[in-house]
Design a protein around this ligand. Structure first.
Ligand SMILES: [Zn+2]
Length: 304
């Protein structure tokens, strides 16, 4: 018993030394995106106080953080971000916050792309000079539920390091999420089975991970390159390509203007399908599972 008490005291002492900011109250978590915030809430439960910088109603690549966001990151014990070049606004935000713990390599910094098998990693160096904003591979990886599982585990393990007192809870919450995800993944795969191999057209190249999971594919986008708005040349190409390939749906997230995709849909007979890229993008996408549920149902409705 004595030994046990000594162990607990040592652990508490270590926590007090290494994590003074979190010793009292829940761990303050600032996530760049709502989806990461949702996963942090799922595995963190009552032990975390989570907020997101970017609203899911805006393009995650281009956000202008407010002074309140800077303060959020300044006070955070854990800062969760996408890594790669998804948040082109991340560096200036972290600089402005002046919180050494959340700087790259800091004790409270977490890049959730760790361990994710990335798609579309360029074989050679690409520069932003051509407008491309997916320079290190496609950064929209959370839409494959298998990746979301890995991200949730990465967050749970990081929280266990920051707040070792509640490590068992973080791991239990992750295991519960993983089990719920397993059941839903089987359901989603079953629903999409009849449409295996179906090709769609997208607005921005942010769907390859969802397509990979669902067994669908997208080869062409209204944006000629990620981050470059639709051009007349690209639209003309798609006007021929969509009917030729009997493509039934054009998919896009709610934060892009719908005019170009709607006009293309009208001219080709394809349907414009609004999908959620992030948790909270619409009222049905209340959490991660709700978001994928919404997308799967929207796709089934468009393709059946
Ligand atoms: Zn993108």
């Amino acid at each position: 018993m004595k030994h046990c008490i000594r162990f607990v005291t040592a652990t508490a002492l270590a926590a007090a030394i290494f994590t003074p900011a979190f010793a009292a109250g829940p761990v303050k978590v600032a996530a760049t995106l709502s989806t990461f915030a949702d996963l942090a809430r799922t595995v963190g439960g009552d032990h975390v106080d989570v907020s997101a910088v970017a609203s899911p109603k805006f393009n995650p690549h281009f956000i202008e953080p407010k002074p309140s966001d800077v303060l959020r990151v300044k006070r955070a014990g854990l800062f969760i971000h996408a890594g790669l070049d998804l948040e082109v606004w991340r560096g200036p935000l972290v600089d402005a916050a002046g919180n050494p713990a959340v700087r790259p390599g800091g004790a409270g910094e977490l890049d959730v792309s760790l361990g994710i098998p990335l798609l579309e990693v360029p074989a050679h160096n690409v520069t932003r000079a051509e407008g491309d904003i997916h320079l290190f591979g496609n950064p929209h990886y959370w839409l494959n539920p298998e990746n979301a599982r890995r991200m949730a585990e990465t967050i749970a393990e990081k929280l266990a390091t920051i707040d070792p007192e509640h490590a068992a809870d973080y791991r239990k919450n992750f295991a519960d999420f993983s089990a719920r995800l397993d059941a839903k993944m089987a359901e989603w795969r079953e629903k999409m089975k009849p449409y295996a191999g179906t090709e769609l057209v997208g607005y921005h190249n942010e769907w390859p991970y969802l397509m990979e999971f669902l067994g669908l594919k997208i080869e062409y986008f209204l944006e000629p390159k990620p981050g470059i708005p639709p051009t007349p040349k690209q639209t003309q190409f798609l006007e021929k390509y969509i009917p030729e390939k009997h493509i039934k749906a054009i998919v896009q997230a709610s934060y892009f203007p719908t005019r170009a995709a709607q006009a293309l849909a009208d001219r080709t007979g394809a349907k414009l399908v609004m999908l959620c890229q992030s948790v909270g993008e619409n009222s049905e996408a209340g959490d991660y599972i709700g978001t994928i549920d919404y997308d799967v149902n929207a796709l089934v409705q468009a393709l059946q």
